[in-house]
Design a protein around this ligand. Structure first.
Ligand SMILES: *[C@@H]1O[C@H](CO)[C@@H](O)[C@H](O)[C@H]1NC(C)=O
Ligand SMILES: *[C@@H]1O[C@H](CO)[C@@H](O)[C@H](O)[C@H]1NC(C)=O
Ligand SMILES: *[C@@H]1O[C@H](CO)[C@@H](O)[C@H](O)[C@H]1NC(C)=O
Ligand SMILES: *[C@@H]1O[C@H](CO)[C@@H](O)[C@H](O)[C@H]1NC(C)=O
Length: 461
């Protein structure tokens, strides 16, 4: 290294020496034919682009999507109610009660349309603004490309084009072969392929008020309640709850109009047999959850308003000792995760004798409910953020980053086949998924994340 530095210095020295002796002056002129690169312009273009990015977020389109979805569900319901009303028409008078129902329905729809209108106006404004800005940016970048005298960007673009062509060529030659799997028991679907969404993303009735909770649909509803949704919020210390809130449709849940209202387990919260922790499910008009301060599953019958308890095996971790966790943080009181799928209700937990690994048990309905078959997995519960069941298969998720959660593990209860490389990603709208459950009715995953209700569609192969 030193040598390289020394040699030119020596040469320079000799040259200067000679020049001095001959008394000749030497001048060097550097002319750079290119104009200097306008770094300032590039950085404003960059900051303008990032401003643009932060203004146009996926939430903006989701907002519209959920409003439209709300309307889409609401209108057929209205139509149905009106035709019912017509049938009830007893000569001259319409049933006053039905009229009331329809009036409420119309009010909800009006509210939806108003919100939709203002959101559309807002977005329209934003789009016009942004289009103009993008056009400016494009012109600016084309201008800046003139400085690319070394053709760096151009060759990069060419390479990218070639790469795409190559990829297309490869895929054309080897079409991907879809694996076929046997059907799971009663399950009408085959392999869990992917998830899309979010489909619904809403703050619901109490924006930002409750960090922990769960929501979803009853897979085995009473006749007439097929479109109902339920919501359970941890209203005391972010840990406990004493009621289920019901909504007669998805749009009522979104706009926050709970017509049937609350069904209370007990007037105190918490107390014996109220809810502890967010991973609850509603099935067959009964709420299944971790009973307050017990290693047991509670079943609250919404019709009779009575609670039946089911003791879990000795050694079951409870009271925040066997939680789901992400990197540096565990989700409090997530010891017991209740789940539903095509075949009924399941409970996922861990025990001392399983060294903190996930244990899965089927809950058998009945009076009282009993613990059915149990499976033991090698997956450490604290390395998992949540679990759910779909078609008799247990799935576990882990935290990747603020925006991404990965479904990484599956265990098929009908074949015993276990997979550690599922690699299906959930695009999150907020960092933490506290409750995650599968709805076999519409193949949706319902998640409760930092006081938002989010849903995803499961794609089966
Ligand atoms: C960046 O935005 C400002 C203000 O919106 C505008 O005046 C400027 O021309 C933009 N610059 C570029 C490079 O797009
Ligand atoms: C939508 O909003 C605009 C402006 O706020 C208003 O003029 C228009 O009447 C609204 N349309 C409907 C259908 O409510
Ligand atoms: C799953 O869906 C995401 C987004 O919709 C997509 O980017 C990804 O490639 C899909 N994965 C598979 C395995 O199909
Ligand atoms: C709730 O109670 C009613 C009335 O006894 C009964 O018919 C129903 O099966 C019960 N539901 C559950 C899930 O146990």
């Amino acid at each position: 290294m030193m040598l390289y530095v020394i040699v030119p210095f020596c040469a320079l020295f000799t040259f200067t020496l000679q020049a001095a002796t001959r008394d000749v002056k030497c001048t060097c002129e550097l002319t750079y034919s290119e104009t200097a690169f306008p770094h300032g312009k590039l950085s404003t273009a960059e900051s303008n682009a990032s401003k643009c990015n932060s203004k146009i977020t996926p939430q903006k389109t989701l907002e519209l999507e959920r409003l439209l979805l709300g309307l889409e569900r609401r209108l057929p319901q209205l139509q149905e109610d009106v035709s019912m009303l017509e049938k009830e028409n007893d000569g001259e008078l319409y049933g006053a009660l039905s009229l009331q129902v329809i009036e409420n329905e119309m009010k909800d729809i009006k509210q939806l349309i108003d919100t939709l209108n203002s959101t559309t106006q807002e977005n329209l404004h934003l789009t016009t603004d942004t289009t103009k800005q993008l056009e400016d940016l494009k012109a600016e970048m084309q201008e800046l490309e003139r400085y690319d005298t070394m053709q760096v960007v151009m060759s990069k673009q060419d390479n990218q084009r070639l790469k795409t062509d190559l990829d297309q060529c490869r895929n054309g030659l080897h079409p991907t072969i879809q694996p076929t799997e046997p059907q799971h028991g009663k399950c009408p679907h085959r392999q869990f392929l992917n998830i899309t969404g979010p489909r619904v993303y809403t703050k619901g009735e109490y924006p930002g008020s409750y960090m922990y909770g769960a929501w979803g649909r009853d897979p085995k509803p009473q006749a007439g309640k097929e479109n109902w949704y339920w919501l359970v919020l941890m209203t005391s210390s972010n840990r406990y709850s004493n009621y289920v809130r019901l909504y007669s449709s998805l749009s009522s849940l979104i706009v926050g109009v709970s017509v049937p209202g609350n069904v209370q387990i007990h007037s105190s919260n918490p107390t014996t047999n109220t809810v502890q922790g967010p991973n609850v499910v509603l099935y067959g008009e009964a709420l299944y959850y971790n009973c307050y301060n017990q290693d047991a599953v509670c079943r609250f019958n919404l019709t009779t308003k009575t609670v039946t308890t089911l003791q879990l095996p000795k050694g079951t971790r409870f009271n925040s000792k066997g939680n789901f966790c992400r990197l540096d943080e565990c989700y409090p009181y997530t010891d017991l995760d209740l789940a539903t799928d095509e075949s009924g209700v399941w409970v996922i937990y861990t025990t001392t004798q399983d060294f903190g690994n996930l244990v899965l048990s089927k809950l058998e309905e009945g009076e009282p409910p009993t613990l059915g078959q149990t499976w033991h997995t090698p997956v450490y519960k604290q390395g998992v953020t949540n679990t759910f069941m779909a078609c008799g298969v247990l799935y576990a998720t882990r935290y990747i980053d603020k925006h991404m959660e990965e479904i990484f593990y599956s265990f098929d209860t009908s074949t015993g086949v276990e997979k550690f490389n599922i690699g299906i990603f959930i695009h999150k709208m907020s960092p933490n998924i506290y409750a995650l459950n599968y709805s076999p009715v519409d193949q949706m995953l319902h998640a409760y994340c930092d006081s938002h209700m989010v849903s995803y569609k499961v794609l089966f192969g």
